[in-house]
Every structure is written in structure tokens, then in C-alpha cells.
Design a protein around this ligand. Structure first.
Ligand SMILES: *Cc1c(COP(=O)(O)O)cnc(C)c1O
Length: 393
């Protein structure tokens, strides 16, 4: 069947051509297997270096079992937002577990990290005279939160504490930062950020999507990594979609922070609560993350193995002590062809291009997992070395 050309009053075709011409066209790939270190795509298997499943829990039988058992009791849909009738005992229990684990007074669930960040920014930087100050490389959801408020958005260069300090002391200020930055794997200098915020009376919010479950002796994330309590990091957001292998998110902090989010966080008030079964799976993931320290130990050993290997091979890899490792290629075309090259060798590594990162800083983004083996990491290094030689030829 053929379709007549659709009317295009908004010139969408031209817009799409422009995206293609800039090398920024994106395609989804259909996964035919569970998430994990090995995946199936279009009838081929790949070693997957493009997943946030850092602890290898996304397809863990015990998570599946917890999910199924809770679905058998509570059904699938939560049926309403938390404030109407969608807040079940499983949700409440997960919030209590989180608060206890993180040394915070309370925690509040959100259906996703994106929604949690929108609520944080819009609830704590509300008025025209307020400002929200962010690291330039913060996650898109924090930036989008700033677009939703009347407060002014100011950004400082990546990790530029002096630049940050220049922006403080000018009215009520929310400072928001990623704990671990998603595109280079670097860790925010949280002790310095906390001290600056305390000195200038600013409120600090940390998005620990990539630190939670990965950093800290018990996996409590970047605040634990630096031994910072809730007075120093009053707003702690993290997700269940990464190291916890599930989906959903939370904010943890002092009583008034959490109660303010319940009263004014529109993405909590006006959005359906996450399914109880998902909360049950997240609860089990928290438990496994805390009890099975070997996952973090193994992950850290693989990170070290990769970083040392990359250094010995003189690869253009950004310095990072976290599972996120950036192999710099410098153009969209090189990122795409590099990704293709690795794919041909059975390695799944995503090309990260503008506008996700700045132009000329295009990269292959490697994410390591406790589900990987040393052999798989060595194989990746070998092929990256070949790729580096091809790129400099
Ligand atoms: C993934 C991510 C989010 C969004 O979380 P979702 O639960 O996927 O919506 C927010 N911030 C950072 C830094 C992330 O990496």
C-alpha cells in the first residue's frame, strides 16, 4: 500500500533533513533479549557496553520473582497518583527503607528520574527572583526543570567551582549537580559544593542517578563516597533504572524538603504512581545491592582494569574512576563509524553526538557492568586500540 504524501505545513521533512545532514540522526535498535552484558539485536549477539545496568541486576531472577509476587498481590497498575489512591504499602515500605539506608529523614518516590528532577527544580526555585545554578554538563532533566520555572537559570563551566561561587549570594539559590556526570563519568566535587552552598545559604541538590548503587562502601552513592550527610546534601535524588536494574526514582532528605515536594511537586501530584510491583522489585534491588558487595567490588576491579589498559595502550579515554568511560573521537562521523566498527566485532558501544555533548567532543560512551568478565573488557580494549590506529591514519 502506498500513501499519498502527507501535508507538511511545519516543514518537518526539512527539519529532519537538517538533523541527518548534521550527522545527528538517531535510530532505536530493537532488543530481542533481556538487558544484560550479552544482548541480541537483529539476530546477532553482542557484548553490551551501553547499558546502565551497572550491577547486573536488571535480569536477576530474584528481582523478577519480587516483581511477579507483588503483581500477583497488587495487580499491575497503581491506578492513581500517590495523593489520590495510588500509594500502596509497598511504596511506603520502599520509602522507609531508602531513608534508613541513606541516613535521610524521609524519601519520596517518583515514576522516573526525569520527573523527580522536574519536581526538585520547580519546587525549590519557584519565584522570579530565585535562581537555579547548574554545572553546564548536568543531565537534560535538570535543565528542563529550569525551563519550567520562573526562576532564572545560570550555568557554570563543568566542575568550575570559582565560576559557581561568582553566581552565589544573589538571592535564593538552588544549586543542582549530577553526582556522577553521565557523559564523562567524572564525580562532582561534592564536599566543595556543599561548603560553598553552606557559606552562601544556597540549597544543594545532587542527582545521583549514576552514583547510587555504584559509589560508597554500601552503595549509597556519591554522598556516601564523600561521607556527606543530609545537612551537607539536603536534596538527594537517584533512580532505580540504573544500578538497581528496575525503573523509577526517589528524592531523599529532611522532613521539610520531602513535605514540600509532596505539596508542590507537580510531577508527583499529577502523575500516576509507579506500579507497586516495580516498587517491590526496587526494594529487592536495594537489598541485593547492600548485601552483595562483590558486585561493586567486581565492577570497580573492571573499571581499574579498563582504565589501566587504556592508559597502557595510550587510548584517548577521559580520566574516570566510575563505570562510565569516554573514548574521544571528536566528530559525529567518527563516532558513528567507530560504533559500527566495534559492532562488527560483536561489541555494542553507543556513539554520543551533539547535542548530547558539545560539538567536536563526540565520543564513544562505554559503560562497564559487574555482569562483564575480564575477558570481555580485554576484548573491548583490543578493539579500541585498533580503532584508535584507524582514526589517526
Ligand atoms: C538517567 C538519568 C536521569 C533520568 O532518570 P530516568 O529514571 O531514566 O528518567 C536523570 N539524571 C541523570 C544524571 C540520569 O543519568
Amino acid at each position: 500500500m502506498t500513501h499519498a504524501p502527507a501535508p507538511d505545513p511545519f516543514s518537518l521533512a526539512t527539519g529532519l533533513d537538517r538533523i541527518r545532514a548534521a550527522g545527528q540522526f538517531r535510530r532505536r535498535q530493537v532488543l530481542a533479549s533481556a538487558q544484560g552484558a550479552a544482548i541480541q539485536i537483529e539476530g546477532r549477539s553482542y557484548v553490551n557496553f551501553s547499558s546502565n545496568d551497572y550491577l547486573g541486576l536488571a535480569n536477576d531472577a530474584r528481582l523478577v520473582q519480587a516483581f511477579q509476587a507483588a503483581a500477583a498481590t497488587y495487580g499491575v497498575g497503581s491506578g492513581a497518583s500517590q495523593l489520590i489512591s495510588g500509594y500502596s504499602r509497598v511504596h511506603a515500605q520502599l520509602e522507609e527503607t531508602l531513608a534508613a539506608r541513606l541516613g535521610r529523614t524521609r524519601a519520596l518516590l517518583f515514576s522516573s528520574g526525569y520527573l523527580a528532577n522536574l519536581a526538585v527544580v520547580t519546587s525549590f526555585a519557584k519565584r522570579r527572583e530565585d535562581q537555579v545554578v547548574m554545572d553546564r554538563d548536568n543531565h537534560a532533566s535538570l535543565i528542563d526543570g529550569a525551563l519550567l520555572t520562573r526562576a532564572g537559570l545560570r550555568r557554570y563551566a563543568h566542575h568550575d567551582l570559582a565560576g559557581l561561587e561568582n553566581l552565589l549570594g544573589k538571592g535564593r539559590t538552588l544549586v543542582a549537580t549530577d553526582g556522577v556526570f553521565s557523559m564523562d563519568g567524572s564525580i562532582a566535587a561534592l564536599p566543595d559544593l556543599a561548603a560553598l552552598c553552606a557559606r552562601h545559604g544556597a540549597l544543594l541538590a545532587v542527582d545521583d542517578a549514576h552514583g547510587f548503587g555504584v559509589l560508597g562502601a554500601s552503595g549509597a552513592g556519591s554522598p556516601e563516597h564523600f561521607s556527606l550527610d543530609q545537612n551537607q546534601v539536603p536534596i538527594l535524588m537517584a533512580t532505580f533504572g540504573k544500578a538497581c536494574g528496575a525503573m523509577g526514582a526517589f528524592v531523599a532528605g529532611p522532613e521539610d524538603v520531602i513535605e514540600t515536594l509532596i505539596q508542590t511537586g507537580r510531577t508527583c501530584i499529577y502523575s500516576t504512581a509507579m506500579p507497586p510491583a516495580l516498587a517491590a522489585a526496587a526494594t529487592t534491588a536495594l537489598d541485593l545491592s547492600a548485601r552483595e558487595n562483590w558486585r561493586r567490588d567486581k565492577l570497580q576491579a573492571l573499571v581499574q582494569r579498563f582504565a589501566q589498559g587504556a592508559q597502557q595502550l595510550d587510548l584517548p579515554v577521559l580520566p574516570s574512576t566510575t563505570p562510565i568511560q569516554g573514548f574521544m573521537v571528536g566528530s559525529a562521523a567518527a563516532a558513528l563509524s567507530g560504533s559500527e566498527y566495534l559492532r562488527a566485532a560483536g561489541l555494542w558501544v553507543t556513539a554520543i553526538r551533539a547535542p548530547t555533548v558539545a560539538q567536536h567532543t563526540e565520543r564513544l560512551r562505554i559503560a562497564l557492568s559487574a555482569g562483564h568478565s575480564e575477558e570481555q573488557v580485554d576484548r573491548l580494549l583490543e578493539h579500541l586500540a585498533q580503532l584508535a590506529r584507524r582514526l589517526t591514519r
